[in-house]
Design a protein around this ligand. Structure first.
Ligand code: MGD
Ligand code: MGD
Ligand code: SF4
Ligand code: MO
Length: 766
């Protein structure tokens, strides 16, 4: 077993627990975000950055992938966007003496919060083999070491190149080009742990793995169903779009084990009434579903729709649409006919009347949007569940018309764009062909490894070098203990980062940190000031240009780092002019415009104030680029998780004051928790059944069949209005409980939202 220190958590000595909130945003969000930003950045940086955020000539919010509305207000950001800017634009720098004072092992004993508070990284540092400390190094020497290690590998597949979804299109494109020219498709990304299940399910059934709606569709919908998503915290400005939809007559249904504040009521801080008034009640119906019950629910609603058609033939299904555009209805119908309502009620924990009500809302609506996020994608049957969303929508032609369609809501601000640019371990042949045409080298054709398989490869000694363009792989990954042991086995780990995190403390034999500029900063290169572009969750691409002076003249942009690394590693192996890419990002965009469909005239379109929307066959013309050319109904076998007596199902979620592995503060205002994260939300009746009490402490053991006892110790119990049988803890702390081999069928995404656990009483910490 690994003897190194395990993840350290901040003290919960001052933890307080109050009732959960019903409303999201309003005055508290402004009170919370602005003074915090001012104290972090100072007033001038705060206004310079916040007023430029999400404006047509400013920079794109680096927090989530929610789109900008067509018409912008003076202040077009939310509380959590302000927190993200404050975190990045913090003028504090990691001082040069820091590396002597803190060896790598001591950094591994610091919490994620502490690491993030040390300020911006401003110089490249390197830890040689056998040394306990990082030390300052020149950029040139840093790239030489990377080149030495990469070129010493027996095969390019012995290296893996991770990307987190904040990276711009331009940086992502040059990065994948470098990696493929080096000779591997090992391009795992955070999406492997995020919306991979979505891409696969939508790709197979509709031919395009992206949202089939536009921003303006929300206000045109009759019904919006929000499944497995917490927009009040994770996509706060989506609540504005939902409020607009609601005021235009839409009804809204929330499907979630937790009564998340934003789903129930929204006080729009952009409206005077929203600041002090009652707000808008958003959800017309709240289905408090059991974890992983959505597939059963969706099948049950489809069954009701099909039964209604039987009762009134010709009057319920959209026959014209199905005949012209779809395939597989009969098989689907035959399968759904067999659905047993008892299984549905057991899997969902819902009452028949609740499902009837949702079905009748669906039947009354002409235009339906279904949105989802991690509550659907991080389950064993995630891909099948999302295919059931497609089945339900296809029945009544709810795609390719205004106000209707499936709409996955993506996480990181440019995670979707990174994929479009080729960050994927299995990009399709036409993309690789285009690279070959454009750059004159033959990219490798065999698929690479994803995030989970990268960890397996490092664990088994097959992968010896890890390069990460952003992110915090060891702490975002499932099975923290296994992931950390794996990374520690590498020869070299390289992190390109803005701020410190656990992936700088849990490293290979040699380690390197390369500091980079963030979105808020002005990017000056030999060819003048540069801008980058990003793609949001509804396929809109637009430019982003920072307004603040860079934190230090020693940091480089991501594009510059990747280009210099590529030039040093590859020499003249491929005919690519990396220097011209770095000097002027127009030259990168010029290549993108030839290689990536939808980006023709990219340099011109990127300069238009409104940006542009990528083509999407199903959305625009009901054209489905699937294997059959039709939208596919699919047959998916229902499988309900067996939870043994006395056990519970655990999900891991984000608090209101974190961004993934970054902790902004120890609070989770909407859920009533202050100054602590080591908590477990559980239903009071489940606690009573187990002989446990609110305020008590438990050790949480996950029950996997590989015989490993994975445990998270001393969580404080909070009696909470969650679905019965379901408990909730915070990510990333609870990642220790998710076995590496527990992944979604097809997408290999860690199953972070349904882990069978056992609770054992424990002493309070301290
Ligand atoms: N402030 C902030 N914003 C963020 C992030 C952040 O960390 N902080 N992260 C970004 C990223 S990368 C992503 S991917 C998104 C994540 O956005 P979300 O997916 O909204 O985030 P989670 O906290 O994982 O919340 C999952 C939600 O799904 C519900 N849920 C869990 N399991 C089930 C289930 O089986 N069925 C149903 N119906 N519901 C379920 C949970 O109760 C919870 O409300 O947010 C992005 N935006
Ligand atoms: N148990 C559990 N595990 C999960 C999830 C879950 O819900 N539950 N969610 C999964 C999901 S949806 C995701 S997306 C992943 C997230 O996985 P990652 O994307 O790997 O993690 P982040 O915490 O977003 O990465 C934060 C780090 O990125 C760096 N950074 C910030 N801005 C920039 C920048 O502009 N450039 C560069 N180069 N670096 C920057 C900073 O150093 C920061 O510490 O985690 C996954 N893991
Ligand atoms: S909704 Fe998302 S992208 Fe928009 S300002 Fe808030 S955090 Fe940023
Ligand atoms: Mo994500």
């Amino acid at each position: 077993m690994d003897k190194k220190p395990s993840v350290v958590h901040d003290s919960d000595a001052d933890l307080t627990v109050g009732p959960p909130k019903r409303s999201a945003a309003g005055l508290p969000s402004l009170v919370d975000s602005l003074p915090r930003a001012v104290s972090q950045m100072g007033p001038s940086r705060t206004w310079k950055s916040l007023l430029a955020m999400n404006q047509k000539d400013g920079f794109d919010c680096m927090s989530c992938a929610w789109p900008d509305p067509p018409e912008r207000k003076l202040a077009e950001f939310c509380e959590n966007g302000a927190k993200a800017v404050g975190w990045e634009a913090d003028p504090l720098k990691v001082p040069s003496g820091f590396w002597d004072e803190n060896d790598v092992e001591s950094l591994a004993q610091r919490s994620e919060y502490w690491l993030g508070q040390q300020g911006r990284l401003v110089e490249p540092v390197y830890k040689p083999a056998g040394s306990s400390h990082y030390r300052s190094i020149s950029w040139d020497n840093a790239f030489r070491i990377v080149a030495r290690e990469l070129n010493a590998l027996e095969s390019p597949d012995e290296a893996t190149f991770y990307t987190s979804g904040r990276t711009s299109n331009e940086a992502a494109f040059v990065y994948q080009l470098f990696v493929r020219a080096f000779g591997t498709n090992n391009l795992p990304d955070c999406s492997n742990m995020c919306h991979e299940s979505t891409g696969l399910a939508l790709g197979e059934t509709l031919g395009v793995g992206k949202s089939a709606v536009s921003y303006t569709d929300f206000a045109k919908a009759d019904l919006i169903i929000i499944m497995g998503q917490n927009p009040g915290t994770c996509h706060p400005r989506m609540l504005t779009a939902l409020e607009e939809a609601k005021l235009a007559g839409a009804s809204i249904v929330a499907v979630n084990p937790l009564p998340e504040a934003g789903l129930i009521n929204f006080k729009n801080p952009q409206r005077p009434r929203g600041l002090v008034g009652k707000g808008t009640d958003l959800a017309d119906q709240f289905l408090q579903i059991r974890l992983a019950g959505d597939m059963a629910l969706l099948q049950a609603v489809s069954k009701r729709v099909l039964d209604a058609e039987k009762a009134a033939p010709g009057a319920v299904l959209d026959h014209a649409f199905i005949e012209e555009h779809c395939q597989g209805l009969q098989e689907f119908q035959a399968h759904i006919d067999e659905l047993d309502e008892k299984d549905v009620l057991a899997a969902t924990g819902l009452r028949t009347e609740e499902i009837d009500e949702l079905a009748s809302r669906y039947l009354r609506a002409e235009k339906v949007i279904i949105t989802w996020a991690m509550g659907l994608t991080q389950h064993k049957k995630a891909v099948s569940t999302i295919k059931e969303i497609v089945n339900l929508l296809l029945l009544r032609g709810n795609i390719g018309k205004p106000g209707a369609g499936p709409s996955p809501i993506r996480g990181h601000s440019n995670v979707q764009g990174d994929r479009t640019m080729g960050i994927w371990e299995k990009m399709p042949e036409p993309f690789l062909d285009a690279l070959q045409r454009e750059f004159g080298f033959d990219p490798p054709r065999h698929p690479g490894v994803d995030s989970v398989d990268s960890i397996r490869g490092m664990r088994d000694g097959r992968i010896k070098v890890l390069v990460a363009l952003g992110g915090n792989l060891v702490h975002a990954m499932s099975d923290t203990t296994a992931a950390e042991a794996a990374v520690r086995k590498t020869r070299l780990s390289v992190q390109i980062s803005t701020k410190l995190n656990r992936s700088h403390a849990v490293v290979g034999e040699q380690a390197m940190i390369l500091p980079t500029m963030g979105r808020t900063e002005i990017d000056r290169q030999a060819g003048g000031e540069q801008f980058v572009t990003v793609e949001d969750t509804v396929c809109a691409v637009h430019r982003s240009a920072g307004r603040l002076e860079p934190i230090s003249d020693k940091v480089l942009s991501e594009v510059a780092i990747v280009c210099r690394m590529a030039a040093t590693v590859l020499g003249d192996k491929v005919p690519v002019d990396w220097r011209s890419f770095e000097a002027n990002y127009d030259s990168v965009r010029e290549h993108i415009s030839h290689a990536v469909p939808g980006f023709e005239d990219f340099n011109k379109k990127a300069r238009s104030r409104d940006g542009f929307v990528l083509p999407h066959g199903p959305r625009d013309e009901r054209k489905f680029p699937t294997a059959t050319g039709k939208a596919m109904f699919t047959v998916n076998d229902l499988e309900t998780i067996h939870v043994p007596e006395g056990r519970l199902l655990l999900q891991t979620v984000r608090s209101h004051d974190q961004f993934n592995t970054t902790t902004y503060s120890m609070n989770d205002r909407y859920r009533g928790v202050k100054k602590g994260r080591m908590v477990l939300f559980a239903h009071s009746d489940d606690l009573a059944d187990l002989g446990l009490a609110d305020g008590g402490y438990v050790d949480v053991h996950s029950e996997a069949d590989d015989g490993v006892d994975r445990v998270l110790r001393q969580l404080r119990l909070i009696a909470y209005p969650t679905a019965r049988g379901c408990v909730t803890a915070y990510y990333p702390e609870a990642n220790v409980l998710v076995p590496l081999d527990s992944t979604a069928e097809g997408s290999n995404t860690p199953v972070s939202k349904s882990v069978v656990v056992r609770l054992e009483p424990a002493a309070p910490p301290g």
